[in-house]
Design a protein around this ligand. Sequence first.
Ligand code: CDP
Ligand code: CDP
Length: 225
Amino acid sequence: MSKGIKIAIDGPAAAGKSTIAKMAAEKLGYTYIDTGAMYRALTYKALVRNIDINDGDYLGELLQQTEILLVPLQERQAVIMDGVDVSEAIRSQNVTTNVSTVATHTAVRQLMVEKQRKLSEGTGVVMDGRDIGIAVLPDAELKIFMTASVEERAKRRHIENSKRGISTSLTQLKAEISERDRIDSEREVSPLRRAGDAVLIDTTLMTIEEVAKKISELAEERKEQ
Ligand code: CDP
Ligand code: CDP
């Protein structure tokens, strides 16, 4: 039996990557790896310990001493850091504001890429992030670059936040998302870029179901190649 293909999904914040990646992994019976959650977990740890997030070498050492597990549960994927469930804590505004700075550092990225590759060994995998198609899984059979207009992405996050009882203005969200996109695209190490062989999907006018269907068709095609 085939062990499955590797699917890399990259793109800017709130384009729908994790929602679709989760659905695709479930449908195909593959492992889903949310690499953003790993950067968020490290950021949370640094903030709790009051560590300077501009000190890349120190953050790299901190990551070396950190265990991050992504545990699939029925309804969601739990993020367990050093034995503690931090799934909710890593979605806080403070983590969101600081995560892109933590993710600029070479020492951090090198180790993250290593960890992420290990997680993907020997299994069908759907991995989402910013550098998957270029740095983590350059040999992935299917690469997607998922995007949407910043207005639409802010609107989606706004609805999502409201459901979680968090009130943030649309203007504030748009500014936060744009700033994170800017840092992620301008950093020196593995900036957010579309891989040359990635399929571009603009989801601005697409429903979740439409995007999921498109990815599912592409995955079936690549599985058979
Ligand atoms: O909020 P959203 O779900 O869009 O972001 P995320 O996927 O949780 O990622 C949070 C941040 O982690 C990104 O804004 C990047 O700064 C960083 N990240 C990265 O640099 N490389 C990855 N492969 C994944 C995330
Ligand atoms: O992982 P990423 O940051 O790219 O985005 P996400 O967390 O999967 O999606 C952000 C929000 O947009 C979620 O609440 C999704 O339900 C919603 N979404 C949508 O409304 N339409 C789509 N085509 C994709 C996602």
